[in-house]
Design a binder for this molecule. Structure first.
Ligand SMILES: Nc1ncnc2c1ncn2[C@@H]1O[C@H](COP(=O)(O)OP(=O)(O)OP(=O)(O)O)[C@@H](O)[C@H]1O
Ligand SMILES: [Mg+2]
Length: 347
């Protein structure tokens, strides 16, 4: 309801009441109409003035303030500008919208805060484990292990492996931060994805054998599948996914890589028949440092950065990755790459 209508209804009720009181004393319809007319005009003018002066102008101010704060203007600008003719309705709408936006903003800030806290806890935990191990070996060497040459060599070897782990951790964090800040640009090039897959398989063959896992990439993928992507970064994606397939695989199991041709994309799948992942963990799988309790408890090496890197790389390519998994049956990661049409390949 508009302000004028509201004031008119109020003035009407008061005026008609006064007119009836007048009629009660005068018993004359002429004075009834006259009193009603005069009271209506006076009440309307007085109510309108009071509401406008004390209530409406204040609401208008609040409305203008919120409206301008939403637009990111400061208080001074907000007070200097006229915005709406019907602020009561607008203010309700704007305040609701504003409250909703603020709620979303607060939720996001809370999540970020929680994320920051978890991130710090995770990072210190990941650093602490190898650092304490190195410290332990050095202390042992300083005390008396030096006398036993074989023991000393073994401690040094173990310390060195922990240093490798720390180095890898720093490298992974560096890759993520560079991808996030855009410092690691995507160098698009057109290349044959099957060649890259074969290279990666060759590179991972040794590790797969030591875990008794078969790496499968069928000969039928001999035909060319050209993609437009950053070759080195996609190599990293494949290495991380195949590495997971091997690490979380079962003895005498397999990791298979498959290619599917879509309309303007190539879909790659990395499937294993390993441990699988509980459904409740799937939404958090690509978060930094996320590891399932199962992989932690089995003491399988890793810091939980592999999939975060994979996701960042594919997002930087404007491509997507999905995961399907059944506990005890296996896992499939599927990601897309931009397909290059054969007629535009120039080599
Ligand atoms: N193929 C898979 N099968 C079962 N679990 C998996 C698989 N891939 C990933 N996971 C689960 O997801 C977690 C995160 O994987 P991610 O590759 O990010 O880290 P990681 O392998 O533990 O360490 P990193 O890759 O940094 O060495 C793993 O710890 C594991 O619990
Ligand atoms: Mg991994």
């Amino acid at each position: 309801m508009k302000l004028r209508e509201l004031v008119f209804i109020n003035a009407f009720v008061v005026a008609i009441s006064l007119a009836f009181i007048n009629y009660y004393f005068q018993r004359d319809w002429y004075y009834f109409v006259l009193a009603f007319g005069v009271a209506l005009v006076i009440c309307y003018a007085v109510f309108y003035y009071l509401i406008e002066r004390y209530v409406y102008s204040k609401i208008k101010l609040i409305y203008k303030l919120i409206h301008n704060l939403k637009l990111g203007k400061d208080l001074k600008d907000a007070l200097g500008e006229y915005v709406s003719n019907d602020p009561i309705n607008d203010v309700e709408q704007e305040v609701t919208e504003w409250a909703r936006d603020k709620k979303i903003e607060i939720e996001a800030l809370k999540n970020q805060e929680q994320f920051r806290r978890e991130f710090l806890a995770n990072i210190s935990h990941e650093f602490k484990t190898p650092l304490f191990a190195i410290q332990g070996y050095i202390e042992a060497l300083q005390e008396d292990a030096m006398d036993d040459q074989d023991l000393a060599r073994s401690f040094l070897h173990k310390a060195s492996r922990n240093i490798d782990r720390l180095t890898l951790l720093v490298k992974d964090l560096d890759v993520i931060s560079k991808l996030e800040s855009g410092e690691a640009p995507i160098n698009f090039e057109k290349f044959e994805i099957t060649h890259l897959i074969r290279d990666v398989i060759e590179q991972m063959e040794h590790k797969a054998k030591s875990h008794k896992i078969d790496l499968i990439f069928k000969d039928k993928y001999d035909s060319s599948f050209w993609v437009n992507a950053d070759r080195d970064k996609i190599c990293q994606v494949l290495v991380n996914l195949i590495d997971n397939g091997i690490k979380y695989g079962t003895e005498n199991g397999f990791v298979a890589i498959k290619i599917f041709e879509l309309h303007d994309q190539i879909l790659l799948e990395v499937t294993d028949n390993g441990l699988g992942i509980e459904e409740k963990h799937l939404p958090r799988l690509f978060e930094r440092f996320f590891r399932t309790e199962q992989s932690r408890s089995r003491q399988i090496g890793g810091s939980g950065l592999g999939l975060a890197i994979v996701k960042h790389i594919l997002e930087a390519h404007q491509q997507t990755i999905t995961v399907r998994s059944t506990e005890g049956v296996g896992t499939t990661f599927a990601f897309t790459l931009e397909k290059v049409m054969p007629n535009i390949i120039t080599v």
